[in-house]
Each structure stands twice: as C-alpha cells, then as structure tokens.
Design a protein around this ligand. Structure first.
Ligand SMILES: Nc1ncnc2c1ncn2[C@@H]1O[C@H](COP(=O)(O)OP(=O)(O)O)[C@@H](O)[C@H]1O
Ligand SMILES: Cc1cn([C@H]2C[C@H](O)[C@@H](COP(=O)(O)OP(=O)(O)O)O2)c(=O)[nH]c1=O
Length: 208
C-alpha cells in the first residue's frame, strides 16, 4: 500500500504551495507521486465550479444557486470518482498520493453552511482515510492578505465571517480525527515545509 497525505486549511493557507513542495520531496526520495486536488478537474469538478463556486476562483462567496445539501452531494460525488478512479488505484500500486483538500473540506465548509456534521461524516464514509492530514492553520486576516490578489472585491465581510467559522471548524475536527495534525501556517514557506516533512517522517515513514 502507498502513502496518502492530505493538505487542508482555509483558502489561502498555503495548501497548494506545500502540496507541491512535499511532492518534490517524495520524488527526490524515489517515490512515485500523484499530486491531486478537490474539487477535481473532472466533469464533476467542473459542474461544482459552475453551480457552487459562483464567486470566482475562490468560491467562498455565498452566492450558491443550489441548496447546501445539493452542494454537499456534488462535492461527495466528485470525491467518490476521485477515490475510486485515482486515489485507491494509486495507493494499491504503491504510489504516494498528495491531495490538496479532501472530505475534511466538506466537513469544515458544509458544516459552516449549517449542515449537520454527522450527516456529512456519514455521506463521506466511502472516503479512504489518509495516513496524515496536514491542517495549515492561520488567522483569517493573514489568509485574506495572501489571496487579496485573487480579485475578491465584493462581499468582503461575509467572506471573512465564513472563513472564521471554517477555521474554527477545522480546529474542532482536529480534536475528532487523530490523523489531523495542526501546522502553524504563519511561518515562512520553507519552515512550514520542514514541519510537514517532520510530520511525514514521524507519523508515516517511522511506522513502515
Ligand atoms: N508561508 C507563506 N507565507 C507567505 N505567503 C505564502 C505562504 N505560503 C503560500 N503563500 C502565498 O499565499 C498565496 C496562497 O497560497 P496557496 O498555496 O495558493 O494557498 P491555498 O492553496 O491554501 O489556497 C500564494 O500567493 C502563495 O504564494
Ligand atoms: C473539496 C471542497 C471544497 N470546498 C470549497 C473550498 C473552497 O472555498 C472552494 C474551492 O476550492 P479551491 O481549493 O479554492 O479550488 P480551486 O482553486 O481549484 O477552485 O470549495 C467545499 O466547500 N467543500 C468541499 O468538499
């Protein structure tokens, strides 16, 4: 079996930056790496971007044209395809899978939209558990500074409020799921990478 690592955190926390660095680190060590993300680039992911993420690339504006339940189901459908077509086969052939977001995003965000956490956990029960989930944690103010350049100009206060709730949800989830490890995402890119490598060594490589 391969190794499955997930990056989680609010928008702008540094997930894609750290996912890429970790992928390179594993490759240097001779592993075959699959770097992937959710929402995916498949037809389901495209549907989500069209129906749910109406606020532009960040998708954090609550302008959803569909119900929150339908939104949660679409994310779960996208994830089911992701798990069955890419994640499981890659792990079975011994590869390292690094995913930028996974079902913890559904728990943090769709819970913040008011959905029932237990229903969300049940809905995502098909999703194989990662070996390690890195929660990149930082204050919303800092993350907003980072993604300012992405062009959010409208509904700023609403976005900040939602992101704060999502951050709190992630921290609560970290107490419920032992695979989630919190990393301080306010440090430099290099320091965070070093922390993540430390977790990979401690939580995964030392155990195989
Ligand atoms: N540790 C860091 N310190 C400062 N800026 C960062 C850091 N990590 C990432 N960034 C920058 O912040 C922005 C968001 O990072 P990104 O990796 O795209 O976040 P996410 O994938 O979580 O949305 C990018 O412009 C990136 O270069
Ligand atoms: C995977 C996932 C993402 N999201 C949200 C988090 C982000 O605000 C948004 C889009 O994710 P994001 O990582 O910004 O993807 P991209 O840049 O490729 O569009 O979707 C959910 O609400 N639930 C989920 O299950």
């Amino acid at each position: 079996m391969g190794i499955f690592v997930v990056m989680e955190g609010i928008d702008g926390a540094g997930k894609s930056t750290q996912a890429k660095l970790l992928a390179k680190w594993f490759e240097k060590k001779g592993y075959e790496v699959v770097l992937t993300k959710e929402p995916t680039d498949t037809a389901f992911g495209k549907l989500i971007r069209r129906l749910v993420l109406t606020g532009g690339k960040e998708g954090i504006i609550d302008g959803a044209r569909i119900s929150h339940e339908a939104e949660a189901l679409l994310f779960a459908a996208d994830r089911a395809e992701h798990v069955h077509k890419l994640i499981k086969p890659s792990l079975e052939s011994g590869k390292v899978v690094i995913s930028d977001r996974y079902f913890y995003s559904s728990l943090a965000y769709q819970w913040a939209r008011g959905l029932d956490l237990k229903w969300l956990i049940d809905l995502n029960r098909f999703a194989v558990r990662p070996d390690l989930v890195v929660l990149l944690d930082l204050p919303v103010k800092e993350s907003m500074k980072r993604i300012n350049g992405r062009g959010i100009k409208t509904e700023f206060d609403k976005i900040v409020e939602l992101q704060k709730k999502v951050r709190e949800n992630y921290l609560k989830l970290a107490e419920m799921f032992p695979e989630i490890k919190i990393v301080n995402a306010q440090n430099s890119i290099e320091d965070i990478h070093r922390d993540i490598v430390g977790l990979v060594e401690q939580e995964i490589l030392s155990k195989v």
